[in-house]
Design a protein around this ligand. Structure first.
Ligand SMILES: [Zn+2]
Length: 170
């Protein structure tokens, strides 16, 4: 209730309407991962409110431990821009980036990361590690977490619940 009285605070938690729209786009990609039996995580990279690239989690199908949604999106954006630096871009992802993805995001010089659900076990955007902002690295990334967090964590919880059931519950 208190938050609703403070629009700036509300933006911090929910994101702007554009942030929410791009996050919905990332959620649709996460569903694509889920349909393929992968953990549902999706990502998009945007510059000046224009879509540069999409990615979704696919390590199992690709036999590739690095095939996280963010990495797939960074690779696609690099190709589409013909540039390994993605300055001025915002990366939207449905789950807080891991250590590997945070490293790649810094290498790519992404300006801003917006994520939905936090990852209390492996998150590298503040939960377990903080590799994007306030670091000794020469590139700092603006971070905003919590945009559509509930919907995205529901999607993940639901996925793991179904998977536990179908694997005969260990
Ligand atoms: Zn990752």
């Amino acid at each position: 209730m208190v938050f609703q009285a403070i629009p700036a605070m509300q933006n911090f938690i929910r994101g702007t309407p554009r942030d929410q729209q791009w996050m919905r786009h990332a959620m649709a990609l996460a569903q694509r991962a889920e349909a393929a039996g992968e953990v549902p995580v999706g990502a998009v990279i945007v510059r000046d409110d224009r879509l540069l690239a999409e990615g979704w989690n696919q390590p199992i199908a690709a036999h590739d431990p690095t095939a996280h949604a963010e990495i797939m999106a960074l690779r696609a954006a690099g190709l589409s821009e013909a540039n390994y630096r993605l300055t001025g871009t915002t990366l939207y992802v449905t789950l807080e980036p891991c250590v590997m993805c945070a490293g790649a995001i810094v290498h790519a010089r992404v300006a801003r990361v917006v994520y939905a659900a936090t990852d209390p076990r492996a998150g590298a955007a503040g939960s377990v590690f903080s590799l994007l902002e306030d670091t000794p690295l020469n590139h700092q990334v603006m971070v905003q977490g919590g945009v559509l967090a509930e919907e995205c964590s529901d999607m993940l919880r639901q996925f793991f619940r179904v998977r536990r059931k179908s694997s005969g519950k260990k």
